[in-house]
Design a protein around this ligand. Structure first.
Ligand code: ATP
Ligand code: MG
Length: 573
């Protein structure tokens, strides 16, 4: 490939909308261009990276017994209505109607379609296990499409579905996929960790893990134990229950009203009363499917919407109530809400740490006032008490008690052991060895292919550009002739490029009539792992200059040995 022909429109500045490094770099280096919010075109360099990630994925899926298929993007509503997900998927689903008035969606995922397919064509345990996958665009009308490819509304996913005859064999499929995912992300160069996760709208009974690419730019928070294997998304991580404290003391003083003018946040009230936030209760009003819920956590903790949704829902659209909704409900602002004297019939759920019989300070459901000496169970009911908070670094590991550590991550893949949720709903059954008809035991497994490209760019970006790992770099090597007007240099460069290509080294010849400095900047920005320079000086010494993008190390190699040296570097990777 010649640089003068390659559509790689590099930009000096990142467009203002790009917030995180990978988004900026992929735009600046000419890998992607935005079409509309969350929808992108992959330019030639970007598409080459995608194809390489796809290829690695394909190889590992095939090695793990997968067979590649391609399912439709357009899916009929009826299948989704049968499993209940037409409603449950909510506003994230792109819906459309045909000319006859029939409803469809653009596939956000394919459990329904594949279960229906297998139901029609697989009858016997002899055909199992069956593992089918595809690599395809998925469509989700995300509430906040952002960070470029990280959270798109159209994105590329590899999704595999497994069908087994028993829970034990389904577990085997799960374990094989888990290992294959580790291999894929390792080959892509990612630093990652698999964590226990929540199953969300996919559901299922058998457990699920997310694969997190670790980076501070990640939207997800994880905790992991330095001493045992425990690692979980903070949404899922179990919080150890507080120590048992027995009944409240009968001599504990009754609640009394305190004036707290202008103090609205936990921090403001804590500062005013000179109390640690852990002595306060935070009461949040949520709205789910038109109902209001009050949730109480300790002042120093964060409510966990996933746990709230799992305990009290599932809701189609759980969210914090708006200020005007809270005011209409309780005649005070959200900062003054408390659990004492809520309207009869209000649903109140209390986190286990906020349910201990100790005196707390909480909002009084009136402006500029708080209660002190409120004792949970005595002054407000504990009809619903559960683990409802986000785990934090420093808390005891729920398995071994060691203090947990925290990290941020980008979810690049997730594996689910589904049990019979979809096969039961869609009556997809097979005959087992005893002639008994059973719903298939299923698993589903997704990798965000386009998100993986962004995650690698995030982890491998430096001040100058992207430092692509060789395995997924758009090209392995850029070859820069120092002076395109020097015929001897150009002839040697063309000969070297031909030789490199023949040896499987994908090479771009930067034949543009640009200054060498500009070419060097573009080479760093695009992130070719290897950079060769040929000049009149190197030719005089019969050498080429080789620079490794990752380390910056430069060496001069005899021209006759250049290809062999590069092959050696590539094989060492
Ligand atoms: P998230 O929690 O980030 O919204 P998800 O859990 O809904 O993702 P899955 O249904 O598990 O996503 O999809 C499998 C994989 O597809 C994810 O692990 C992720 O890598 C990728 N993915 C999901 N949503 C998006 C998106 N909006 N843009 C890009 N990739 C995505
Ligand atoms: Mg997921």
């Amino acid at each position: 490939m010649k640089m003068s022909r390659l559509l790689a429109p590099t930009l000096r500045e990142a467009p203002a909308e790009a917030e995180i490094a990978s988004h900026k770099l992929l735009l600046r280096a000419g890998f992607i261009r935005k079409s509309t919010a969350g929808v992108y075109t992959y330019l030639p360099l970007g598409w080459r990276v995608i194809r390489k990630i796809e290829q690695i994925t394909r190889e590992e899926m095939n090695a793990a017994g997968g067979q590649e298929i391609m399912m439709p993007v357009i899916q009929p509503a009826e299948l989704w209505q049968t499993t209940g997900r037409w409603e449950l998927y909510g506003p994230e689903m792109f819906r459309l109607r045909d000319r006859h008035g029939r409803d469809f969606c653009l596939g956000p995922t394919h459990e329904e379609i594949i279960t229906e397919l297998v139901k029609g064509d697989v009858r016997s345990y002899k055909q199992l296990p069956l593992r089918l996958y595809q690599i395809q665009n998925k469509y989700r009308d995300e509430r906040r499409p952002r960070f470029g490819l990280m959270r798109g509304r159209e994105f590329i996913m590899m999704d595999l579905y497994s069908f087994d005859r028993s829970p034990a064999e389904a577990r085997e499929s799960y374990d094989r996929m888990y290992a294959a995912y580790e291999a894929i992300f390792r080959r892509c160069g990612l630093v990652f960790r698999a964590v226990e996760a929540d199953a969300g709208a996919i559901g299922g009974s058998g457990g699920t893990h997310e694969f997190m690419a670790l980076t501070d730019a990640g939207e997800a928070e994880v905790v992991f134990c330095p001493d045992c294997a425990y690692a979980a998304n903070t949404e899922k991580a179990e919080c150890a229950p507080p120590p048992a404290l027995g009944a409240p003391s009968p001599s504990a003083p009754p609640p009394s009203l305190l004036a707290t003018p202008g103090a609205r946040t936990i921090e403001e009230v804590a500062a005013l009363l000179a109390l640690p936030p852990a002595r306060l209760l935070k009461t949040l009003i949520y709205k789910g499917d038109g109902q209001y819920l009050a949730v109480v956590v300790r002042g120093d903790r964060t409510a966990n919407e996933v746990k709230i949704n799992n305990l009290l829902g599932p809701f189609l659209d759980l969210r914090l109530a708006e200020e005007d909704e809270v005011t209409a409900l309780l005649a005070c602002a959200p900062g003054s809400v408390g659990p004492v004297g809520l309207p009869a019939g209000a649903r109140l759920a209390v986190d286990s740490e906020a349910a201990v019989p100790l005196p707390f300070v909480c909002g009084a459901n009136q402006p500029d006032a708080h209660w002190r000496d409120v004792t949970p169970g005595r002054d407000f009911p504990l009809t619903l008490t559960a683990d409802l908070r986000l785990a934090q670094a420093g808390e005891p590991c729920p398995r071994c008690g060691a203090p947990l550590r925290g990290a941020r991550g980008i979810e690049v893949g997730q594996v689910f052991n589904l049990g019979q949720k979809y096969s039961e709903a869609l009556a997809a059954r097979f005959l087992n060895e005893a002639g008994k008809s059973l719903p298939f035991y299923m698993g589903c497994y997704g990798i965000g292919v386009s998100r993986t490209m962004a995650a690698v760019a995030e982890q491998y970006g430096d001040g100058d550009g992207i430092v692509w790992p060789l395995a997924i770099a758009p090209y392995h090597c850029v070859l820069i002739p120092a002076n395109v007007k020097d015929e001897a240099v150009m002839t040697a460069a063309a000969a070297l490029q031909a030789e490199l290509e023949k040896a499987g080294v994908e090479t771009v010849l930067d034949d543009r009539a640009e200054r060498v400095g500009v070419k060097f900047k573009d080479a760093d920005l695009i992130g070719f792992p290897l950079r060769l320079v040929i000049s009149a000086q190197t030719l005089a010494q019969k050498t080429a200059e080789l620079k490794l993008r990752r380390t910056g190390a430069i060496e001069f190699i005899p021209l006759t040995e250049t290809v062999a040296r590069i092959r050696l570097i590539m094989e060492g990777n």
